[in-house]
Ligand binder design. Structure first.
Ligand code: SIN
Length: 323
């Protein structure tokens, strides 16, 4: 945190953290994205010595996250971070696509100040809601010395944007960091670091690379390599104008023979392809020797969903450079 910067901005985008159910005992049959972010901020004890602002950037169930909302969110975060008095931005979000938004924001902004995303597994009206504690923990991390870049704080655990993934559909502790492990834990409002603060994965593309006309953003699909796979899926995607395909490959990034030929045809005709693994943990490991020239590029440790965001970002950057 920069000394002298004492304003924290909380941006709301919806999610279960802003959800409302008919009864306090209902943790499942609720409506996400209902309560305003100002009321979420108003429901917790805020640390002294800071000024708090809140802004509703969107109000959606994050399963329906879209490029227009991503762009608006990135622009609002960039605008707030550019204010010298702003120390950090906290974003309330749904859990379902949190990992995609976190990765997207890191690749677009790679901010020097902290941007902390948080969420909840139970609606705000729940008798045992987890949102207030998660929001308080996110604020604690946002004001911790040394914090920077985009991170996710849920269930007292701090995850790097490059590693975070939703691993459970119901548990309060629904996120993991795979092999990388969490950055730290939040205990009684204090961050306990478990490893170095992560850096990377490279220079941000900047909000200028995000065209306002989101209908023109590159279409990138995920194809899973499975038993009995049908090669027509890849050909149909290419013919439909998809600019990129991520293969959620088996094991160590290995692709079914039935998909290999259509993927290579697509690559030869200008489609970008990344090879990730459908394994829940670990990374695609290439042989020690330099990969052959025609090797399909590896997505390393990125999940298929994050690899898709990475490919969208690379294609946007390429277009921006070509313009
Ligand atoms: C959402 O992702 O917006 C709804 C589900 C959740 O936040 O847990």
């Amino acid at each position: 945190m920069q000394s002298g910067a004492r304003t924290l901005v909380v941006l709301g985008t919806g999610g279960t953290i802003a959800g409302r159910a008919e009864s306090p005992g209902d943790n499942v049959g609720y409506r996400a994205a209902t309560l305003p972010v100002a009321s979420l901020v108003g429901s917790i004890d805020l640390p002294g010595g800071f000024l708090f602002e809140s802004e509703q950037v969107a109000q959606l169930d994050s399963k329906d996250m879209d490029f227009a909302t991503w762009r608006r969110l990135a622009l609002r975060i960039a605008a707030h971070l550019a204010r010298p008095e702003v120390a950090a931005v906290v974003v309330t979000h749904g859990t379902d696509t949190l990992e995609e938004t976190a990765y997207f924001l890191q690749r677009v902004l790679a901010p020097a100040k902290p941007v902390v995303l948080t969420a909840a597994m139970r609606p705000a009206t729940s008798r045992l809601a987890d949102g207030p504690q998660n929001l308080a923990d996110a604020i604690a991390v946002a004001t911790s010395p040394g914090a920077h870049g985009v991170v996710v704080v849920v269930a007292g655990t701090v995850h790097a944007s490059l590693a975070v993934r939703k691993v459970h559909p119901y548990r309060l502790d629904a996120f993991g960091s795979g092999d990388a492990g969490p950055i730290g834990r939040v205990e009684e409002g204090r961050l306990r670091r478990l490893r170095d603060w992560p850096t990377g994965p490279g220079a941000p593309i900047g909000v200028e690379a995000l065209p306002e006309d989101v209908a023109g953003w590159p279409a990138v699909a995920i194809v899973t390599s499975v038993a009995g796979v049908d090669a027509r899926s890849v050909r149909a995607l290419f013919q439909a104008g998809f600019a990129g395909i991520v293969v959620a490959a088996t094991g160590n990034g290995r692709i079914h023979a039935g998909l290999e030929a259509p993927l290579r045809e697509a690559i030869a005709r200008g489609c970008r392809v990344l090879r990730s693994t459908r394994c829940l943990d670990g990374t695609v490991i290439d042989a020690a020797a330099a990969p052959p020239e025609d090797a399909i590029a590896s997505a390393g440790a990125l999940t298929p969903q994050q690899a898709r965001v990475e490919l969208i970002v690379r294609l946007l950057e390429q277009r921006c450079g070509a313009a």
